[in-house]
Design a protein around this ligand. Structure first.
Ligand code: ASP
Length: 413
């Protein structure tokens, strides 16, 4: 326990030192020197950490979901937990976009801004909404594993786990192997996390050296609207949900959860955060493995409240830049499409901005606007990823407690 704490503190220290170093190096050191530092130190150190956690994601998600789906016991309970968590994920996302739209309409971030509008910007092809659902079903599970397609891996793993349960006694040896493999993955996470403080330092200072905080200036109103709503989502929606729906103390949650938030912030990737998130949920928040190993990877893939907030504010902002007045119906459409788009967004850096194309297309706003918000997206991506993964853990606490399976002694310790 003591060791764990000190690692968590080291990670926080890495973050603060990285921010400080990045800002100072960007402001005072020469570009040539900074290039050398990035090339010889920050890139390699950051990548060792990133690759370390990425290496574990696919096997971990596979093993933990199979083991979760199989060890929940009966299919009815799996269906009940699944139903609860998916409803929570969808509702909080819709609520997040709604709050984002309310504030975007109050602040009007795109009005009175004199920006040259880009005419040539080729946004990536937005997927057709229904395809998101159809493509969840893999045609070749090995290919899904190789490509790291999380939604497909999830569907396959749940089917696999459910089938183990249906077969019962005869499949027990196989389940034991999966459970043991799962344990090995968790051990590997522990080893990789030893590099986290250095990795976090390198990743964060690299972003600040390259961009400095002044990239936010031209789009200050836009950036701040998003950051403000992200904060509201954490404090009001998650804090409130923990208190009212989960009947637990929100402060205890955040005291234990911030290491996960730091990893999300520095990696900008929900996928990369899955291992640490599982670890904290199981060892510090008292959530049983059978529930968290199912809901956390699922949430990292389909539940992205922070991304939906960005998409809501960006849609209003870009509409205002192009002088388009959004009707009430169009705003309802934004809530719907941003909720769906966030389900289809991969948990990797920058994915949310690609799916923004889907939202804009649906309400007929020029996709070229994406080029403008892209300039500040790196920093906003870090912040929204924190919200994305916090929502998963909050939902998991609530569902576990509603199933009377939250270990309150561990949670409150
Ligand atoms: N980076 C985000 C995540 O991994 C996705 C996004 O770009 O919005 O959660």
């Amino acid at each position: 326990m003591k060791n764990n704490m000190s690692l968590a503190n080291k990670v926080l220290f890495g973050l603060i030192a990285g921010i400080g170093f990045g800002i100072i190096a960007h402001a005072f050191l020469t570009a040539g020197f900074n290039d050398l530092v990035v090339k010889w130190v920050l890139n390699p150190v950051g990548n060792v950490f990133l690759r370390g956690i990425k290496l574990i994601v696919v096997p971990l998600v596979l093993c933990s979901l199979i083991s979760g789906a199989a060890s929940i016991g009966d299919i009815k309970k799996l269906g009940r937990v699944g139903g609860k968590i998916i409803s929570y994920y969808m509702l909080t996302t819709a609520l997040a976009v709604t709050i984002a739209l309310i504030f975007a309409n109050l602040v009007n971030p795109g009005i009175g801004l004199n920006m040259p509008l880009p005419t040539e910007y080729k946004a990536a092809e937005a997927p057709f909404v229904m395809d998101i659902f159809v493509n969840m079903i893999p045609t070749n599970p090995l290919e899904s594993l190789v490509k790291g397609d999380m939604l497909q891996i999830i569907v396959f793993a749940i089917l696999f786990g459910v089938s183990i349960t249906l077969i019962g006694e005869r499949a027990k040896p196989l389940l034991n192997i999966v459970n043991q493999a799962n344990e090995v993955m968790i051990k590997i996470i522990g080893i990789v996390m030893l590099t986290a403080p250095y990795g976090v330092f390198a990743l964060i200072s690299k972003v600040l050296i390259a961009q400095g905080l002044e990239v936010l200036l031209p789009l200050l109103k836009y950036a701040f609207t998003i950051l403000f709503v992200l904060l509201l989502q954490i404090l009001l929606v998650y804090g409130g949900a923990l208190k009212i729906l989960g009947k637990v103390n929100p402060i205890k949650f955040f005291k234990k959860f911030w290491t996960v938030m730091v990893v999300a912030f520095s990696t900008s990737s929900s996928n990369a955060t899955i291992p640490v998130n599982l670890n904290v949920c199981q060892t510090k928040l008292g959530i049983p493995e059978s529930i968290s190993s199912f809901t956390i990877p699922l949430g990292a893939t389909i539940n992205m409240d922070g991304t939906a907030i960005m998409q809501g504010v960006a849609a209003v902002f870009i509409a205002q830049l192009f002088g388009v007045d959004l009707s009430f119906q169009q705003q309802i459409m934004i809530i719907l499409t941003a909720t769906l788009a966030s389900i289809g967004t991969a948990g990797v850096p920058g994915a949310g901005i690609v799916m923004l194309a889907m939202v804009l297309q649906q309400i007929g706003i020029p996709l070229e606007g994406i080029a403008i918000v892209l300039s500040v997206d790196r920093i906003i991506d870090m912040c929204r990823t924190v919200v994305n993964i916090t929502g998963d853990a909050v939902g998991t606490v609530i569902v576990s407690n509603s199933e009377k399976e939250l270990d309150l002694e561990v949670y409150n310790s």
